[in-house]
Design a protein around this ligand. Structure first.
Ligand code: GLA
Length: 327
């Protein structure tokens, strides 16, 4: 009898050992991003891959730059036998359509970076989401700009601010509004803040938007610039360079801290790109993927996670990246 029990116990352990890898091997998780060429999203994918390797699931990466591609991607994932996916959509207003399409394909849905909204612009709070704490990070941007303007001894009435904007995206609006709140609280004249709406959220679109502002205000002595991400701040910097404004007259602060910012810091001479608030592609890629993996296994993810950022400049970005587990 004892021997039988023992044999059964051993068999049980063997079965359990088999069960874990068999589950992992069957798991397929999709990761759909709106701008696959942007270093931030490359990094998210990189960290999602690490989670996939660790757990043994298959990661299906798809770039979807517009609404049609998102819808096609969801059908594609369904057809491949994926159980759940994480998406950063090119348009948050697609919210209800994405939810419906996911349900039709029997896919669990989580969002990253950009939270889905309904027809009236309210966030779809039922869809688990991980985003950055946008207002707070915007405030860090504003504080960095004010501190450096003071350090350079600028009279704020001589300074113009380029607000590279993409207001149809709530996280973008919250970030720039956070920056503006700190600027104005510290005596920056609100009338000197100029909106530069970008058509897309890349460097080229920001360059075009900022150029229009700079050309319209040629009397401005110094410029500061901020926006949704590093690409927005870099576009503004490129615009100042193209009309011959010197780096010492420019303070642009980005958000992200991926290669777009790092490559700028690596340049031989400082540019107008003064700093970035480094956010965590590790959390946004690795943690979301693990959360989805656990969800497929039965454990629901948190409904909302808001991640923090840390300011980094040319001379300390390596230390900050290390501290965040990015190097
Ligand atoms: C948005 C931006 C990206 C990045 C993420 C971070 O999606 O477009 O560049 O800043 O937010 O959450």
């Amino acid at each position: 009898m004892q021997r039988i029990v023992k044999a059964l116990a051993v068999a049980g352990i063997a079965l359990q050992a088999l069960a874990a890898p068999a589950f992992a091997a069957d798991v397929k998780i999709g990761f759909v991003v709106k701008q696959p060429e942007e270093p931030w999203f490359q990094d998210e994918w990189k960290f999602a891959e690490i989670a996939a390797k660790e757990k043994g699931f298959t990661l299906v990466k798809i770039g979807a730059e517009d609404g049609e591609k998102v819808m096609a991607a969801i059908d594609n994932l369904g057809a491949q036998g994926v159980q759940g996916f994480i998406v950063c959509t090119p348009d948050v207003k697609l919210g209800p359509a994405i939810v419906a399409k996911s349900a039709a394909n029997n896919l669990k849905l989580m969002t990253v970076d950009d939270q889905l909204v309904d027809g009236s612009g309210a966030p779809l709070a039922d869809v688990p989401h991980m985003g950055i704490s946008a207002t707070k990070i915007g405030e860090q941007v504003g504080q960095a700009i004010i501190d450096e303007a003071k350090h350079r001894g600028w009279d704020l009435k001589d300074v113009g601010a380029i607000r590279v904007s993409y207001d149809q995206l709530p996280t973008a609006k919250d970030r720039v509004e956070g920056a503006i709140a700190v600027l104005t609280k510290n005596g920056f004249p609100a009338a000197n803040i100029y909106d530069a709406p970008q058509a897309k959220t890349d460097t080229e679109a920001a360059l075009n938007a900022a150029t229009t502002v700079i050309n319209a205000h040629s009397g401005v002595k110094h410029w500061v610039a901020f926006g949704l991400n590093d690409e927005a701040a870099l576009g503004a910097v490129r615009a100042t360079e193209s009309v011959g404004i010197k780096p010492e007259d420019v303070i642009a602060v980005g958000i992200g801290g991926a290669d777009s910012a790092i490559n700028e810091f690596k340049k031989g001479q400082p540019t107008g790109f003064f700093a970035t608030v480094i956010i965590s592609p590790k959390r946004h890629g690795y943690e979301t993927s693990l959360n989805m993996y656990d969800w497929i296994g039965g454990k629901e993810p948190p409904k909302l996670v808001q991640t923090a950022g840390e300011l980094a400049k040319r001379d300390d970005y390596q230390t900050v990246r290390k501290g965040l587990g990015l190097e």
